[in-house]
Design a protein around this ligand. Sequence first.
Ligand SMILES: Cc1ncc(C[n+]2csc(CCOP(=O)(O)OP(=O)(O)O)c2C)c(N)n1
Length: 546
Amino acid sequence: MPTAAELFVRCLENEGVEYIFGIPGEENLDIMDALRDSSIKFMTVRHEQGAAFMADVYGRLTGKAGVCMATLGPGATNLVTGFADANMDNAPIVGIAGQGATTRLHKESHQILDLVNLFRPISKYSTNILEPENVPEIVRKAFKCAQTEKPGGSFISFPENIAEAAVTEVIKPLKVSVPATSSPPDSKVRQAAEVISKARFPIIMAGNGVVRNQASQALIKFAEQLNIPVAHTFMAKGVFPFSHDLSLGTVGLQARDIVACGFDRADVVICIGFDMVEFHPHLWHPNQDKKIVHIDRNFAEVDAYYSLEVGVVGDIAESLEKIAPLAQIQSQFDIGSLRKTIIDELDNYATDNSFPIKPQRILYDTRKVMVDDDILISDVGAHKMWIARLFRCEKPNTCIISNGFASMGIGLPGAIAAKLAYPEKRVMTITGDAGFMMNSQEIETAMRYKIPFVIMIWNDSQYGLIKWHQDRRFGRSGHVSFDNPDFVKYAESFGAVGYRVERTDDLIPTLEQAFKDNTVVIVDVAVDYSENMKLTEKLGNLVCPI
Ligand SMILES: Cc1ncc(C[n+]2csc(CCOP(=O)(O)OP(=O)(O)O)c2C)c(N)n1
């Protein structure tokens, strides 16, 4: 008979797990040993947080749960931030931790923490394996919970004495079936079509649910059939091509932005696959005067500023296909001048040669180097705001931004996971200097496994976003500065390559060379963050072009 650990690994294989990101420990010895005889690749990382972020981004890009593993106590607590990030960003993730034997869980005991309760508020399902025979049910339930809409986290704590125990009966992994999404009710489809037919200035807000439901093409068709402009959240970048005449680009900046003018004008907002965690309704619906049509696979979260006219729950593509032919096109929403203003904003700094480099110019040049299918992973900070506003995307899952939990440190491990999930695509992370240092140890992991990608660091020796907030609120800032290592030498110390961009016009050739180098490459870019407050002032004085 196999041990519970061996059965556990068979169950993970049965779920189609390709990689487990993690760090071995004393209390997961049996699982680690069972993995030696498995097709699953264990990726030994340098910090459990790195492992969790890798699983997070792998899950988000593939729709299959990313798996991370740690030992008990401190190993498990190190998983928490990346795991919570996946859970709140609705990325499927399964976290596994070793645990002390069941004979010592009830008392003060070395490295013992109640892990099930620790992970409960940051997961959809959190459990202990207390009997070897329960392994197939627990693994199946964990993956089902993690991968079913809305996706999120499942956590399994595996006590060491259970892991090493033999299973007493012949028991197999459970059959994996993918649940079908239900069809939207006809009455709701009709109601939605009626509300849209009466709208004078309808606008669509697309969220990450459209990416998860692979409904991007259906969204494009729907918008075209009804001639309705589309804005999307940070996490839905690319779900509607920016080059499309109906695109208004990205919404979600907490401050006002140009695209908000479209929302001011709208009388009906059609929220499709929209997750409230990204863009609080009070920011775009302060007067509670618009009709909201909610189209998603899940019922809407309750919020005083998100009171529905109609909610259509069911497969998103099917809902859109059914609503469109029933709706009359009355839209008078000419977004021409608004769209022109948004595009001008993106192009304005195309030839700005000042140094340090303005965020606008960095992103303009980056987009020139990166083709539509390449993947950009953003870290979290002021750079993320600029990426969200100015990085144009044509396809979903080509610009990954964490905007639910929004944790710093996701960029570098996220890039490793993206390259593993899509080895044929070029991958870059743009990160602040602070976020970079939070998980820079994973450069060693990438070098060891020969995973090439580019790390562009926006170097300002400050917690830039926090300085921006302080300046905006108090007109002064403090406790936000630090010193950086020499990033070129730092790269070289790992055997990676480092470049420092000394002139603005060198950025494009440096990035092209970095991709050609086909290894881990740091590109150190001095950024001009005086643009942050200039943007705040400009948006504060914004006069809507429509
Ligand atoms: C783990 C974590 N700690 C703190 C924060 C709060 N926070 C958000 S952005 C930021 C500063 C980021 O600085 P940096 O990485 O240099 O990027 P920049 O803002 O300069 O572009 C901080 C401290 C966070 N989101 N996540």
